[in-house]
Design a binder for this molecule. Structure first.
Ligand SMILES: Nc1ncnc2c1ncn2[C@@H]1O[C@H](COP(=O)(O)OP(=O)(O)O)[C@@H](O)[C@H]1O
Ligand SMILES: O=C(OP(=O)(O)O)[C@H](O)COP(=O)(O)O
Length: 403
């Protein structure tokens, strides 16, 4: 894999450099609630601009349906990138249309532009190679060189991640180099006990990693939206909680194999429930109650780990030597459901373990809840990406950067 330093040594002045970043930041309307992913790509963007490149930054944000949708515009991220760089950042209101072409053509050496959300074009995420390729062809017209630095999206076989680098000279940016360097350690000389904490909302994406973790981890702690499929698999009522019904047989098999292999599976013993998903805009009181995990009332939704679970999880992390954590333990964006996530973060701060926190929302949660980033071993910008890396899977966005 060629790195950005090699590109800089070759010289980039006057070249149009396409930087595939992951600027998928959490938004409250148009306000960025955590800019960690923008700060993470700054070294790459700043270095290229300093060296006189015409930098075209591209990313997805959220999961729009292949068409423009103002709620998913990258405009706030472009503005924040400009503030952090201390320079004007141009913004193209489309991806490969007139605005993008004119914006890129208007760049002077050392200037930076951001193009609109790549997922506004159906070609970005298409499963059809030809449709993705056609979009990648259009993107390739905007640049002379490709730098991959969107670590959070390298597990996606998407046009800008996988097909575009095949069409341009390609290099890995600083963020990808750092992320891979740290995660590699967890695949080789992991110190034991090795505990993995899994939560969050992308349950169907992430349940499969447990298959691999059963061969690798000593303890697996489950929380967040992931917990309810496990509780249901044990025969408990889960009300209207997030549930991956089709995965129940797989989850039952995980629990059986864990017992056979002596891997400790830790599930919530109590949960915080409410009648409905809370309003994250108004943060209006959500009327939470705490119930035993095996006695959830029908019609209520599990939204956080309860206090007994928080104590239990802290005790399971206290003597771990290595911890990998992906996925908040609850809907931490609402104050009624932030305690479970706060408790796990605090346990990692208190534990001498080498801790890696991965995922857009997990990393944001740690910072939004006021923890010092330096108290953790590594905060990764990718949740799904880091899990798939740890699984040993070939990640399309890394494979595409190989020579
Ligand atoms: N019990 C739950 N029910 C619904 N959503 C949940 C629950 N617990 C956590 N979440 C949500 O999970 C989201 C983050 O999930 P995910 O994207 O998988 O994590 P990451 O971005 O760290 O990889 C947060 O927005 C949080 O509100
Ligand atoms: O937020 C992301 O992943 P993560 O939630 O696993 O950290 C990435 O930006 C990838 O987004 P996607 O899961 O919509 O492809």
């Amino acid at each position: 894999m060629k790195t950005i330093d090699e590109l800089l040594a070759e010289g980039v002045a006057g070249k149009r450099v396409f930087v595939r970043a992951d600027l998928n930041v959490p938004l409250d309307g148009t306000t960025i609630t955590d800019d960690g992913r923008i700060r993470a790509v700054l070294p790459t963007v700043a270095k290229l601009a300093e060296a006189g490149a015409r930098v075209v930054v591209a990313s997805h944000l959220g999961r729009p349906k292949g068409a423009p949708d103002p709620a998913f515009s990258l405009a706030p991220a472009a503005a924040r990138l400009g503030e952090l760089l201390g320079a004007d950042v141009a913004f193209a209101t489309d991806t490969v249309g007139e605005s993008a072409r004119a914006t890129v053509a208007g760049l002077a050496d050392g200037q930076v532009a951001v193009i609109e959300n790549l997922r506004f074009n159906p070609g970005e995420t298409s499963k059809d190679d030809a449709e993705r390729g056609a979009f990648a062809d259009r993107l390739a017209e905007l640049a002379d060189v490709y730098v991959g630095d969107g670590f959070g999206a390298v597990h996606r076989k998407h046009a800008s991640v996988f097909d575009l680098p095949a069409r341009l000279p390609h290099y890995a940016g600083y963020l990808i180099a750092t992320e891979v360097g740290v995660l590699k350690k967890l695949t080789t000389d992991v110190q034991r006990p090795y505990a993995v904490v899994l939560g969050g909302a992308k349950v169907s994406d992430k349940l499969g990693v447990i298959d691999h973790l059963l061969e690798r981890a000593d303890r697996i702690l489950i929380g967040g939206g992931m917990a309810y499929t496990f509780l249901k698999a044990q025969g408990h009522e889960v009300g209207s909680s997030l549930l991956q019904e089709d995965q129940i047989p797989a989850v039952q098999e995980y629990l059986r194999r864990a017992e056979e292999k002596g891997v400790e599976f830790v599930l919530p013993v109590d949960v915080v429930v409410a009648p409905a998903f809370p309003d994250l805009k108004t943060k209006a009181p959500a009327h939470p109650t705490t119930v035993a995990a095996d006695a959830m009332p029908a019609g209520q939704m599990g939204l956080d780990n309860g206090p007994e679970t928080n104590k239990l999880y802290a005790s399971k992390l206290a003597d771990a030597a290595t911890v990998f954590w992906n996925g908040p333990m609850g809907v931490f964006e609402h104050p009624d459901f932030a305690d479970g996530t706060r408790a796990v973060a605090q346990a990692l701060v208190d534990s001498p373990a080498f801790s890696v926190v991965g995922g857009g929302d997990s990393a944001a949660a740690v910072r939004i809840l006021g923890f010092d980033e330096n108290a953790f071993g590594h905060i990764s910008t990718g949740g799904g990406a880091s899990l798939e890396y740890l699984e040993g899977k070939t990640l399309p966005g890394l494979a595409a950067l190989e020579d």
